[in-house]
Every structure is written in C-alpha cells, then in structure tokens.
Write a protein that binds this ligand. Structure first.
Ligand code: BES
Ligand code: ZN
Ligand code: ZN
Length: 479
C-alpha cells in the first residue's frame, strides 16, 4: 500500500475527521448527527453510482484531541476501509490545522503510524487469509515535506509490528534458538553489531540465571547483545528485555484451560528488538546496547526445582522459592552484564508479574527506578500512547525477599505487592551509580480485541516508548 501526501484528489472514499462544535457540519449533503462526532465513532455515507463514499470519524471534544486520539482514529478508519474493500482513500488532515496543539507533520506521522498498526493482522497460521484491496492512502495536507513525516510513521509502525510478529509467534516456531537465528538474519543488514552468549560463554560469564532457567528446555538459552554505536563517545544506554519464549512456569507448572498467552512472555524482548530496528533505521547518532535474556521455562527431569540456589557473579545467592518467578532470574544476568559493559543508563522492560495488572489494570504499565527517570518515561508514554505509571520502591518491603539459607528468595513471602517486590529484587543487581528504570508490561503486552490502533493479540507495547526515550536522550546530549 502506498501513502502519498498533497492536495485534494479524487479517490473512491474520503475520510473526514469531525469533532464537537456548535456549528453544523454538512458532508455530501448530510448534516452530521452529534453521535457521529463522538470519539471513536465511525460512520459511512455511501455515494450513489459513481459518487465517492465518505467515512466520518469522530474525535470528540476538541480540547482533548491529541496525537494519541489521532492514532486511534486512524486505526479505526483503517479497519473500516479494509472491511468496505475500498481501493483508494483520502483523508482530510488539513482540517486539523486549526487546532493549535496539533502540528502538521506530527499529525501525518501519527496518522500513518495508527493506520498501519490498526491494519495489522497476524494471519500466518490462518489458511483463509483476508486480503484487502486497498492500494493507496492519500493524505490531504498543506505540509510541504509531508513525505518525510510519512516515512517516519512507517518506520515506527514497522518496528512495532516486528515486535508484534515476534510476540505473537507460537513457541514451537519461536524459541530461544530460533530467536537468535532471527536476530542474526534480521540485523545483518543494519548498522548493528551482534554478539550471542551461549553454552560455554554463558558458563564463562557466569550467567547462572539463564543457565538455570533454561535447563528444562530442549532449546538452549542465550544472551543476545546488539550494539548500535554510531557515536561511541556518548554515555552508554543499555536496553534490557525479558525473552521467555514460553513461560510454562517450570516445575511450578502453570495450569488453566488455555494458557496460550504464556507465549507473550517475551514482550519485553520484542519491545527492545522493535526499538533497535527503528533506531538502526533512523540513522541517529547514539550509543545503545540491547541485551535480550532468552530461555524457555519448562518442567522436565533436568529442570531446576524449587529450593535451588543460584549464585551470581556479584556474589549474591538466590533461593528459588518458585520456578515461575523466572523472569527476574534471567534479568539479573542482563543487569550485571550491563554493569560490566559500563552502562550509564539502564532500562529493563519485561512481562514480570501478574500483580502489575492487579494494581494498574490493562491500560498502563508500571515503571520503577530513579525518580526523575521514571517521570521522564511517564511523560514520554503520555505522548506516544505507550503509557506507564510511576510505582514506588519501598525499602521496608526488602525484608519480604528474605531467605533462610540464601541471600534472598526469588519470591515475596506474602501474596501482596508482588510487582513492587519484583522491582526490589532487580534493584539488587543494578550498580547504584547507574540511572535505572524498570518497566513491568505484563498487563499491556496484549489486547483482547481490536481497539483503536491495537488489534487482538500482541500490542508491540514498549517499542515506541524505548525509541522516544532514546531520542529524548539525543536531544539532551546535544543541548
Ligand atoms: N511471566 C509471568 C508474569 C505474567 C503473569 C505475565 C501473567 C503475564 C501475565 C512471570 O514469570 C510469573 O509467572 N510471575 C509470577 C511470580 C510469582 C510466582 C512470584 C506471578 O506474577 O504470579
Ligand atoms: Zn513465570
Ligand atoms: Zn515469566
């Protein structure tokens, strides 16, 4: 599908963005009813014979219109257009020029991003695939360099869709070994150096979390290191992702009628890989390393059992109270490696606890860490839709990690505040000189239904959050 920008031209259908004002709006001779201007509304006015059709998309109150509202509107519009089977459509984005907060090129990027993400479907395993005839989306805008804004939206959406694809892929296809192969192939053409730690090198580097968690699977665990260093003089930022390709719980085996969602336990890894894809295509000057800790968490005669003690190279010993709290065990290896690589800032992102969803619901992830850092993430997420809410690191809760025979347990001694206790666990593996943020996205990794620019399945959450964080750092560095 082609996306073009320019003045008005004839297409099979035209999309109109409408919001609530006291003035009447008439489109193709029809006065819009108030409910057509509500946020999220999509109504079609069919043309007769060869007349073109009109799709009315409601944006709600003008005061609340933001880029996120636009991305969601684009997602809804894209799916409506798919369903109708139109071949060429145009959207009036120039209508938004009167809204002061909305900048012309950003609205083009947002629309492109939302449109592509809203059209996404994971149909690799459907024998009957839906094919849509849409060939061209024309953006009506007064911008003179709109193509650049479109390109930006495409790169952002493609990186996010890469994250969705990887996350949606089932574990019989995407396991730790095939993930490594995928990364090697995908990034071979991009300006990224790749190093894979596996087998003896994991042993040599004492990555004992990965070695222990991976014991029960026939697929070998690995630490994937990707480095994008177009300006190695910049302070090193390390992005860490949890890549459990299937979380069966290990010996504390998960149960339930359908636990297929446990394939989403690599959402953090997907966010980091999606972000690295976007960063490495953007050509920015940066110094970024990605660390993906990947393993399967399977029960097996060789699998680790509760009460196992893991010794980490920083001297800390961990009693495995529960093999299902595996994420923190493998993230610990990555955080220690980030220290060794000389990171100045570290962000880890992971589907770490069920508890984060209990605390925050399904629409916003949790972020812990250095106060100013955490606030930066919250404000970036508010802008780009990967929302994240600041959560506390409560020192008094440290005692909940007590172990009678090791330095700490991998689970809390009480069934409350599990997401906070997990964050406290990770903190013990971060050097205090490093600025650190931890994002628990167990609640935002998937969407149960098509909604705005989300489609049912993996959301690709965190990809754009990490990218915009890295971009904010560039600006800070060049100030
Ligand atoms: N991957 C899970 C967390 C999770 C739960 C993600 C639900 C998405 C949806 C993690 O490895 C896990 O199992 N955590 C346990 C920890 C507990 C055993 C201390 C949890 O949150 O229940
Ligand atoms: Zn688990
Ligand atoms: Zn897990």
């Amino acid at each position: 599908m082609l996306i073009t920008v320019g003045s008005e031209r004839t297409t099979e259908a035209t999309i109109h963005l409408c919001w609530k004002t006291s003035e009447p709006i008439v489109i193709a001779g029809v006065e819009l009813k108030p409910h057509m201007r509500e946020r999220g509304a999509a109504h079609l006015l069919y043309g007769r014979g060869t007349e073109s059709h009109h799709l009315v998309i409601g944006l709600g109150e003008v005061a609340g219109i933001s880029y996120e509202i636009l991305r969601n509107a684009a997602g809804v519009a894209a799916r409506t257009v798919q369903k109708e089977g139109f071949q060429t459509v145009a959207v009036h984005l120039e209508a938004l020029n009167i809204i002061e907060e909305i900048k012309e090129n950003e609205n083009i990027t947002s629309w492109t991003e939302g449109w592509l993400l809203g059209s996404y479907q994971f149909d690799r395993y459907k024998s009957k695939k839906k094919v849509f005839p849409l060939e061209k989306l024309h953006i009506i805008s007064t911008s003179t360099d709109g193509e650049v804004a479109v390109q930006k939206g495409i790169i952002r959406a493609e990186g996010t869709m890469l994250a969705r694809d990887l996350c949606n892929e089932p574990p019989n296809i995407l396991h730790p070994e095939s993930l490594v192969e995928f990364v090697e192939t995908h990034f071979a053409e991009l300006p990224v150096d790749i190093h894979i730690y596996r087998e003896e090198e994991l042993v040599k580097q004492q990555m004992n979390g990965l070695l222990t968690v991976g014991q029960g699977s026939s697929y070998k665990p690995a630490m994937i290191e990707l480095s994008y260093a177009t300006d190695p003089k910049q302070p090193l930022i390390v992005l860490v992702g949890k890549g459990i390709t299937f979380d069966m719980g290990g010996m504390n085996v998960k149960s339930g009628r359908d636990i297929s969602d446990a394939r989403f336990d690599m959402g953090g890894a997907c966010a980091v890989l999606g972000a690295m894809d976007i960063i490495s295509r953007s050509g920015i000057q940066a110094n970024i390393t990605a660390l993906i800790a990947t393993a399967d968490n399977m029960p097996d005669s060789r699998a680790f059992v509760p009460s196992t003690v893991i010794t980490y190279p920083n001297g800390l010993t961990v009693q495995v109270g529960n093999t299902d709290a595996e994420g923190r065990l493998v993230l610990a290896d990555a955080l220690l490696l980030a220290n060794r690589l000389g990171a100045k800032e570290v962000v880890d992102i992971c589907t770490l606890t069920g508890n984060v969803g209990e605390a925050l619901g399904l629409g916003i992830a949790g972020v812990w860490g250095d106060q100013s850092f955490v606030e930066e993430f919250a404000s970036i997420g508010e802008q780009n839709g990967d929302r994240v809410w600041p959560m506390p690191l409560i020192d008094e809760y440290e005692e909940l990690l007590h172990s009678d025979y090791a330095d700490m347990n991998n689970m809390s001694s009480i069934p409350y505040g599990g997401a906070i206790v997990a964050a406290l666990f990770l903190r013990r593996f971060v050097d205090p000189s490093i600025r650190w943020a931890h994002i628990d996205m167990a609640n935002t990794v998937q969407s149960k239904s098509d909604k705005g620019y989300y489609t049912a399945g993996a959301t690709g959450y965190g990809t754009r959050l990490l990218v915009d964080f890295v971009l904010s750092r560039q600006e800070e560095f060049f100030k």
